[in-house]
Design a protein around this ligand. Structure first.
Ligand code: FRU
Length: 648
């Protein structure tokens, strides 16, 4: 009896956690150690808490996904439901509903989405993949419609809602507490109730369960409702952490949730899995991301490592490695998974030049970039690196947030854990990045904010050009070339980023003096050329006459140009952009694709210069405004020469 019990305990109960334990140990081994410290940075109390906080939102979704997967289904709509929930919460708060009602409304919305998914699956007999794919699109569409595709800020003064992101006893963040609480409640539900037991029966063999008298449809519907509600609850927490409702949030979260369930021992065929396993899966993934981040491993390598490890873990769990492997796994499934994961990490880390603590005597500057994948940002990074070569006492560490607010917050935390002496940040959007900027600055680390402002005074200095003035000059130039008369398409940048707001307001202010100028279409393309192409195609279909396109940056103006060219209408209209990279916007002016662009200095060089001053103890101005310049055919060649060496 005793040995059977211990067998059960060790192999069955602990199986999903062996992987986690091994990854934990490996993370300790591979984490950098701060100079003078004995313990690895990974083991810092705050770092461990960060990991739990960082996996909370996706983890809560994964708990719901566990139920659905055990029942033999899948829910692809959770990421979109999260986005819808953030939007509903923010709108309700904005309209004065109060926190309680706003949260209740968001949860009800999630439940409604789940009811749709469950009913169509159970009663309508449509495959869950198809139903929830449809809901993924519907919920995203609703989030965009309700918000008009803008982010909706939640202001600290508006209600007590933002207490949801606070820490209890000043240490443990509430999102982490909610996550662990959800795990506990749902594990009990799964293990100790008829509902839970029947779920396994349904997922194991639905027909048998039906014949045994289990009310399959009812349980399935309930499962999807719970999953929808948990996705909505995760959305409420996300809204509190990001200080906004965001129709773009939650992209691909469904895949993260499925990964956590599967790594935690769940099986997509149904009938297998449990919530604590999913907790282990979430933490395991969180730890890998954390330790790769602490070592500043290249984002490209991080993605390859994470993807490979997931496949490995699941391959081991499901016995893909043949008879021999299956034999080991029968008893040692979790351990083998962990071992493979460990070996994978070890190998890949050995291949990557992970960074260790700074060489002594060097200042470490963390550089949090909101999206490397935009030409202007690449130029900013290059300018910073070039300038940093003049300062042998500076070491630069970059992080790329891929235009994701939550990722950028997490990356700033990672940089802080590495023990940076100064933070340079170009925030993706203002509201979600404000709290972390305040936190870092208030903890005594100087912070330089670049190009996109935050909603606080708690930073050391801001460097950037005046976007309102640029917008105004763009409006005046438009009025000049259109001779005060014409129809305008304005293609807008990411709505929650201040340059988009300022460039729009400045432009509108200038053209207000000309009653003959009208903005007839103003889609959002989030700074991206690809989105601008799509938006411009729609504008071209809808508008028989367009006289001018004003893009909030050059990539979007050029995207619009391409779309117009595809239908042979590019000569009919003028194009104005902003940024004026020597090899992009200015070249486009020389080539006749753009009529004008405005020089928007990348501030990479200045950021390093001011960072060095601050690190030397010098006082610097709080607001550093860089110059701008209208560039047209007349001065394009001259400016190309001027900017090439500086920012090229
Ligand atoms: C790059 C970018 C630039 C733009 C700036 C505004 O991310 O979109 O093209 O001028 O950001 O912050």
């Amino acid at each position: 009896m005793r040995s059977r019990l211990s067998h059960l305990f060790l192999y069955s109960r602990l199986r999903p956690y062996w992987g986690l334990i091994l990854v934990f140990l490996l993370a300790c081994a591979f984490s950098p150690v701060r100079p003078g410290a004995t313990l690895p940075v990974f083991l810092d109390r705050d770092n461990i808490i960060d990991i739990v906080r960082q996996v909370s939102v996706r983890g809560i979704i994964a708990v719901g996904m566990t139920f659905v997967i055990i029942s033999g289904g899948i829910d692809l709509s959770v990421g979109s439901v999260l986005a819808l929930s953030t939007v509903i919460t923010a709108l309700a708060l904005r309209d004065g509903w109060g926190s309680f009602a706003a949260i209740a409304l968001a949860l009800l919305t999630g439940a409604a989405a789940g009811l749709f998914n469950g009913a169509a699956t159970a009663k309508g007999k449509i495959q869950p993949f198809v139903v929830t794919l449809a809901m993924m699109s519907i919920a995203r569409g609703l989030a965009m419609a309700f918000s008009h595709n803008y982010t909706i800020p939640i202001r600290p003064g508006d209600s007590n809602f933002l207490t949801l992101e606070e820490k209890i006893f000043g240490v443990i963040p509430l999102p982490a507490v909610f996550f662990l609480f959800t795990v506990a409640v749902f594990q009990v539900l799964l293990v100790y109730t008829a509902f839970g037991r029947n779920l396994y029966a349904i997922g194991g063999n639905e027909t048998a369960a039906r014949l045994a008298g289990v009310r399959v449809d009812r349980y399935k519907i309930l499962t999807y409702i719970l999953c929808g509600m948990l996705a909505a609850a995760a959305g409420v927490i996300q809204a509190a952490q990001m200080h906004q409702g965001d129709p773009k949030d939650g992209m691909a979260f469904e895949l993260d949730a499925i990964a956590a369930v599967v790594v935690g021992g769940g099986n997509l065929m149904g009938g297998v899995g449990n919530v604590t396993g999913t907790l282990a899966g979430s933490l395991l993934i969180g730890i890998i991301i954390n330790v790769l981040g602490l070592r500043n491993v290249e984002p490209s390598v991080q993605k390859i490592v994470i993807g490979s490890l997931l496949v490995l873990a699941v391959a081991v769990q499901t016995g893909t490695f043949g008879l021999w492997g299956r034999k080991i796994m029968k008893q040692w499934r979790g351990a083998a998974a962990g071992l493979f994961i460990g070996l994978g990490i070890a190998g890949l880390m050995a291949l990557t030049s992970g960074c260790s603590p700074a060489e002594s005597g060097k200042y470490v500057i963390g550089f949090s970039q909101c999206n490397n994948n935009e030409p202007w940002r690449k130029a900013m990074n290059d300018a910073a690196v070039a300038e940093a070569r003049h300062y042998p006492d500076i070491e630069l560490r970059f992080q790329d947030a891929e235009q994701k607010n939550d990722l950028q917050v997490n990356q700033v935390r990672l940089l802080v854990r590495q023990g940076i002496d100064l933070l340079i940040i170009s925030p993706n959007e203002a509201a979600p990045l404000t709290p972390i900027v305040e936190e870092v600055y208030n903890s005594g680390t100087p912070v330089i904010v670049l190009d996109r402002a935050v909603n606080t005074e708690a930073y050391t200095c801001f460097i950037g050009a005046d976007n309102r003035i640029i917008g105004k000059q763009a409006g005046e130039y438009a009025a000049k070339i259109l001779k005060g008369e014409g129809l305008i398409v304005e293609i807008q940048g990411l709505p929650g980023s201040p340059p988009a707001i300022d460039r729009s307001e400045g432009f509108k202010e200038a053209i207000a003096a000309f009653p003959g100028l009208k903005i007839i279409h103003n889609p959002v393309a989030n700074w991206l050329r690809s989105e601008a192409i799509d938006q411009m195609k729609i504008a071209l279909q809808a508008q028989p006459k367009i006289d001018l396109v004003y893009g909030h940056n050059d990539p979007m103006a050029l995207g619009a140009y391409l779309a117009a060219k595809q239908v042979g209408r590019e000569k009919e209209m003028k194009f104005i952009g902003i940024d004026a990279l020597w090899n992009e916007g200015i070249q486009a002016v020389i080539d006749g694709e753009l009529d004008a662009t405005f020089w928007y200095p990348t501030c990479g060089k200045e950021a390093i210069q001011y960072a060095h001053k601050i690190l030397q103890g010098e006082t610097v101005p709080k607001q550093i405004t860089l110059p701008t310049e209208l560039i047209t055919k007349e001065n394009a060649v001259e400016w190309q020469q001027k900017l090439k060496p500086a920012e090229g």
